[in-house]
Design a protein around this ligand. Structure first.
Ligand SMILES: Nc1nc2c(ncn2[C@@H]2O[C@H](COP(=O)(O)OP(=O)(O)OP(=O)(O)O)[C@@H](O)[C@H]2O)c(=O)[nH]1
Ligand SMILES: [Mg+2]
Length: 245
């Protein structure tokens, strides 16, 4: 199965995958490639901005409530620039890559859209502790964030097939909630009920909930929502457990 990861610049797309491979503890283990193999995407321990598409075949071992399952995933990472549709600069400059991306998108089983949180959602202390500023351009104001979300929905309406799994990840959860507490609660659960999970997470997507409902109304496969962060392993793993189920 293949997963295509979309999202604006520097929202954490590449980090989500690299960090998954960093540890071999937890319910999702990356058997291949090794973190050492993936270090070429980093410099001095920092993830580099993605400048071209990378398609990586990963062998994962997922623990689904005691049932271990090996899955092969083609992870297709894309540069945030590719999704700046307003000027299509990247698409025009990289027609072959864009063509590859469009084809991959059509064939993928999972479409993952990664987003940074909107400004009003952020906890100023948590942002400050991470050495970031609330004014960082990645943190759009709520109205702009909502507009951007609408653009993603329109894009999906035009480009996603009815039976593809669309996953929305609100990333950098460590900047707006107590990820430790959520992780502890997750680990108490014996198995994850994905319908319940969606009901629990949707309030965070409250300002776009109607957009999500409208979008998925006529779809064969409903959407799923996550809050993610590389700073809490259970939250990092959750989308993969969903895909493995
Ligand atoms: N606090 C926090 N920072 C994050 C998180 N995920 C990523 N970052 C930081 O965000 C920056 C960008 O991360 P990348 O993974 O390169 O983002 P990207 O979406 O792949 O960016 P492009 O490839 O340039 O489109 C890095 O400095 C990361 O450390 C997160 O969950 N929490
Ligand atoms: Mg990247």
């Amino acid at each position: 199965m293949s997963v295509i990861v979309m999202g604006d610049q520097a929202v954490g797309k590449t980090t989500l995958m690299l960090e998954l491979a960093k540890s071999n503890r937890g319910d999702v283990q990356v058997i291949e490639p090794s973190y050492e193999d993936l270090e070429r995407f980093t410099i001095g321990g920092q993830v580099m901005p993605t400048d071209s598409i990378s398609s990586i075949t990963m062998q994962l071992l997922v623990n689904l409530s005691g049932n271990f399952k090996e899955i092969k995933v083609d992870w297709i990472d894309s540069p945030g620039e590719a999704w700046r549709a307003e000027d299509s600069r990247w698409r025009k400059a990289n027609p072959r890559d864009w063509n590859f991306l469009s084809t991959s998108l059509h064939n993928a089983k999972f479409l993952m859209i990664v987003m940074a949180p909107y400004r009003e959602l952020l906890n100023e202390n948590l942002v400050g502790n991470d050495g970031l500023s609330i004014q960082d351009i990645r943190f759009r104001k709520q109205t702009q964030w909502k507009n951007r979300f609408q653009e993603w929905i329109s894009f999906l309406e035009n480009n996603a097939r009815n039976n593809q799994y669309v996953i929305f990840c609100l990333n950098m959860a460590d900047l707006f909630c107590d990820v430790q507490q959520i992780s502890d609660a997750l680990q108490q659960e014996e198995s994850i009920n994905w319908i319940k999970h969606k009901i629990n997470v949707l309030p965070i997507f409250d300002n776009v909930r109607e957009l999500i409902y409208r979008f998925e109304k006529n779809r064969i496969v409903k959407t799923q929502v996550f809050i993610t962060t590389y700073k809490a392993r259970p939250l990092l793993e959750l989308p993969w457990l969903y895909m493995g189920t």
